[in-house]
Design a protein around this ligand. Structure first.
Ligand code: MG
Ligand code: ZN
Length: 222
């Protein structure tokens, strides 16, 4: 039963992928526990890239449209999906989100779509949504043991973002420990530690996105 459900999900996720590529976009699925800083990361990313990149956002939450409102306040089209209790997004919900996003574009195109998953490190890892890349986030206050405790989220990811590094002086979080635990599970994983508050490491994240979009990096000021 569960396997049939996942197989049906994957078929629909393949259709989502076609819709995303039809819009001219690359999609990134962001997975993390609640409160790891996904929406804040997106706000800051939009500030850095929106003059060069057409960004669209699909927000997943159990209730409320607060995150989509925060993104729209940055001038970017955003669709809020509420699961009404379910702790993950699935391909069918994201399919609705993609159609709603397309409606907001009035024929315009997108380069980059962020899908912010429901805050949860467990079942979002098993639902492919049609994304090109998957990022898993762990914030410094959560502790460095998350890769070992939630291996599946890390095995299926392309990128591991360690967020809120501005809080490192106040927490017993060993960045090297988190990195090595994650690499044990997934040696291909790219890892970036960053802060959306003091900008540490943020340039590496922007460089990652530029690479994904085949953009020429902005010239560094000397
Ligand atoms: Mg959020
Ligand atoms: Zn779930």
């Amino acid at each position: 039963m569960h396997r049939d459900l996942l197989a049906a999900n994957d078929v629909l996720a393949g259709k989502n992928r076609e819709i995303i590529e039809g819009m001219g976009a690359i999609a990134l699925n962001l997975i993390s526990a609640p409160g790891s800083g996904k929406t804040t990361l997106l706000e800051k990313t939009i500030e850095c890239l929106a003059d060069r990149v057409h960004i669209g956002v699909i927000e997943g939450d159990i209730e409320t449209a607060r995150d989509a409102e925060r993104i729209r306040a940055k001038g970017v089209p955003a669709v809020q999906l509420t699961t009404g209790g379910a702790c993950h997004l699935d391909a069918s919900l994201v399919n609705k989100g993609l159609h709603a996003l397309a409606d907001k574009l009035n024929g315009g195109d997108l380069d980059l779509i962020f899908i912010e998953n429901v805050g949860n490190l467990v079942c979002p890892a098993t639902f492919y949504l049609g994304e090109h890349k998957r990022a898993v986030l762990v914030s410094v206050p959560e502790g460095p043991d998350k890769p070992a405790k939630y291996p599946r989220a890390f095995m299926g990811a392309d990128l591991f973002l360690i967020t809120k590094t501005d809080l490192l002086p106040y927490f017993d979080f060993l960045v090297d420990e988190a990195r090595s635990e994650a690499l044990k599970l997934n040696p291909e994983l790219e890892i970036i530690s960053l802060s959306s508050v003091n900008n540490d490491g943020f340039d590496q994240w922007i460089t990652f996105l530029e690479g994904l979009l085949n953009l020429t990096p902005l010239a560094q000021t000397p």
